[in-house]
Design a protein around this ligand. Structure first.
Ligand code: SF4
Length: 274
């Protein structure tokens, strides 16, 4: 009995499938819950603070003080977030998390002057049909330059990649650029990863040829997912990521049985649901 296809393909799903098809099956097909981590929660907190900074403050009012105040609001919201409460942090660990988030938000001002930014979309969801799949993405920020051009911005709260891996990390923002072209009819002139930790910015200019290449990659990944669902064949791909994989005990590469994962962890979709 085949697995049910995901409803859409997003940049994170493309990356997940390419990293390890079996881990992709557990999360995107069987919808097994993933335990929250301090890193994902920190990312949520920082994204929310920057979202609020650009939503609630006009140019001229986007100062480090207003960003710190918005982080305070985001921190307050976070206290009711199940992903945060599941971490059961000690007061010291919670203080450390907030303090690291404050540094990341402050570093935004090292990378750009928010008062010069004209955002035309914040947490902007775009969806388009590409071939026989639905491509979907949520763009952290879409800016309009003074020349009337679009720029895609993606905030990153983890460590920036080594120069040799920068290109591979740009696939997500290139897919966002592709979505802009499909939905808005305009190709952004730049895509940027704002790495808030270092802080450093990785920039690329998505040419027509580059977007064509990324479109082909996305279509190829979707075809591979269709095949894997049809054949129930999601192979494990071991890598250093296995050290952080929640599903390792169910992975055949480590002597586990994938069919036990859903009964143990509680999935929403089982084989034969299609
Ligand atoms: S342990 Fe490694 S190979 Fe196995 S599912 Fe997780 S990421 Fe994939």
């Amino acid at each position: 009995m085949p697995f049910e296809l995901p409803r859409s393909l997003s940049p994170s799903k493309v990356t997940s499938f390419r990293d390890c098809a079996l881990a992709f099956r557990f999360t995107a097909i069987e919808h097994l819950p993933e335990a929250p981590t301090i890193w994902t929660v920190k990312g949520t907190l920082v994204h929310r603070a920057l979202e609020r900074l650009f939503w609630h403050h006009a140019r001229g009012d986007r100062t480090p003080a207003s960003a710190a105040a918005e982080l305070g609001h985001a921190w307050h919201e976070l206290q009711a977030d199940p992903e945060y409460t599941a971490l059961s942090l000690s007061p010291d660990a919670a203080d450390a998390l907030r303090s690291e988030a404050e540094t990341l938000v402050r570093n935004e001002f090292e990378l750009e002057d928010p008062n010069e930014i004209n955002p035309v979309g914040i947490e902007l969801t775009l969806e388009a049909r590409v071939g026989d799949m639905r491509l979907r993405g949520i763009i952290d920020r879409l800016d309009l330059t003074s020349d009337g051009e679009l720029v895609v911005i993606d905030y990153k709260t983890g460590r920036a990649p080594a120069p040799a891996y920068e290109r591979s990390k740009l696939i997500g923002v290139h897919i966002y650029a592709l979505l802009c072209e499909e939905v808005l009819g305009r190709r952004p002139v730049q895509v940027k990863l704002l790495h808030l930790k270092e802080p450093t910015t990785i920039v690329a200019e998505p040419s027509e040829q580059a977007l064509r290449g990324h479109r082909q990659k996305a279509v190829a990944v979707w075809s591979a997912i269709e095949r894997a669902c049809r054949d129930e064949d999601f192979r494990p791909r071991t890598s250093p990521l296995c050290n952080y994989c929640r599903f390792r005990e169910f992975c055949p590469a480590y002597g586990g049985d994938p069919s036990r994962a859903a009964p143990v962890l509680g999935g929403a979709c089982m084989p034969g649901a299609a």
